[in-house]
Design a protein around this ligand. Structure first.
Ligand code: PLP
Length: 406
């Protein structure tokens, strides 16, 4: 995102000038600004969750959540074949088995396929709200309840997205967000975990910091019941994240406005089909995604835009995750432990999700606020684009679409 400015600088300087950079401190010490602590409260508030926990990345947010939920060896977790690889690796590093499922025209998990993938070993569904837009939340909540499964929401790409006026991340037991540079708001890197459940929050807190209880002042000896690692955020990151959080509504409104203009321009073409949006008010608007009628026309268009179809967007599509498609063993370089699926019957093969493949071969991502070649959205506009620029890019795009169709 492009909106890093005076507010972030001021917040950062406040911490630097005070000279106290660690998340824990004594509130009576004027040098301690409690940025991480306050960010956690403000973030949870914004999302409408009871608890928020700041961590180092979206990936560690997912890991923390999976471990808190008790997901481990022998468990299967259903995850879409179209997602950033971190959704899948976090399951593998929990020693659980990722079960890939199809996406539908929302480009999020297809509820019908999720039902088909449930086995007696299934423990959780990881619903990924891809490209700024919520997935089938009502259905997933129901499927999870009916089958006694946990629901974890990967909201890394959808900070600011809502479903029926409720933020993503609040429907399942836990939600994970990212503050990486390619997301709605950013501190360079960083992540957040949210939950309404006090026990899960305490477990998550312990996991993110060597087993400690959630205390502002930190270290408390002798009361640990959980083993943890260190995924702590520091005061500098939190200062920037807090300033960014204050801009979320502005960013969201701007994105939606810009997306609307861009979409209206290309809507005059009736041969393209827009990605299905389940709640048009809930989309955060970071990307404009549509399907061309054929893979060939999509390929042509991608060439004209000097971008790629979504099917070629690197580690966002299971087909391109070469390290994960192999069965890794403890002796391979790819995995530091015996891969959880090494001895299982489960196979990961190119082309195993035909519905996903068919859709992604025809799908094009246009940046509205997240320009990322890795996501296939190198072409497009930015949150700071002027009206003229949007018009110009939109007309070029429309023209390119029309030329690609014949
Ligand atoms: C970016 C992303 C992540 C990982 O977030 P990081 O902050 O980069 O670790 C996880 N899931 C999805 C869907 C993402 O897009």
């Amino acid at each position: 995102m492009d909106l890093i400015g005076e507010e972030e600088k001021k917040a950062l300087m406040e911490v630097i000038e005070a000279g106290y950079l660690f998340r824990y401190g004594d509130l009576s010490n004027p040098r301690f600004k409690a940025k991480v602590w306050n960010l956690e409260r403000e973030f949870a508030n914004k999302i409408g969750s009871k608890y928020g926990l700041a961590v180092t990345s979206g990936t560690t947010a997912l890991l923390t959540a999976l471990w808190s939920l008790g997901i481990g060896p022998g468990n299967e977790v259903i995850v879409p074949g179209y997602t950033f690889i971190a959704s899948i690796t976090s399951i593998i590093f929990s020693r659980a088995i990722p079960i890939l499922a199809e996406v539908d025209k929302t480009l999020t998990l297809d509820p019908q396929d999720v039902i088909k993938k449930i086995t007696p070993k299934t423990k959780a569904i990881m619903l990924v709200h891809m490209l700024g837009n919520p997935g089938h939340l009502n259905e997933m909540v129901k499927i999870a309840e009916n089958n006694n499964l946990l629901l974890l929401e990967d909201c890394a790409q959808s900070m600011g997205a809502k479903y029926e006026n409720k933020s993503v991340g609040t429907f399942g037991q836990m939600g994970a967000f990212s503050l990486n540079v390619y997301k709605t708001i950013s501190a360079g890197d960083g992540g957040m975990v949210v939950t309404d459940d006090e026990d899960l929050y305490k477990r998550a807190f312990a996991i993110h910091d060597q087993g400690h209880l959630p205390l502002r002042q930190g270290v408390e000896q002798g009361k640990r019941s959980v083993l943890g690692l260190n995924f702590r955020m520091n005061e500098l990151t939190a200062a920037v994240a807090q300033a960014q959080l204050k801009k979320l509504d502005y960013i969201r409104n701007k994105l939606k406005e810009n997306k609307h203009i861009l979409k209206s321009i290309i809507s005059t073409n009736k041969e393209i089909e827009f990605r299905h949006i389940l709640d048009k008010y809930g989309d955060v608007g970071t990307l404009l995604t549509f399907f061309m009628p054929t893979a060939e026309s999509a390929e042509k268009l991608a060439n004209k835009l000097e971008t790629t179809t979504i099917s070629k967007s690197g580690w966002h599509v299971y087909n391109n995750m070469e390290h994960f498609l192999q069965k890794m063993t403890v002796t391979d370089e790819g995995c530091p432990f015996t891969c959880p699926y090494y001895n299982s019957e489960i196979e990961y093969k190119k082309g195993m999700l035909p519905q996903t493949d068919e859709l992604l071969n025809r799908a094009i991502n246009i940046s509205v606020g997240v320009s990322d070649a890795g996501l296939g959205s190198a072409y497009g506009i930015h949150v700071t684009s002027t009206r003229e620029e949007i018009q110009e890019k939109g007309e070029f795009l429309l023209n390119a679409i029309e030329q690609s169709l014949d």
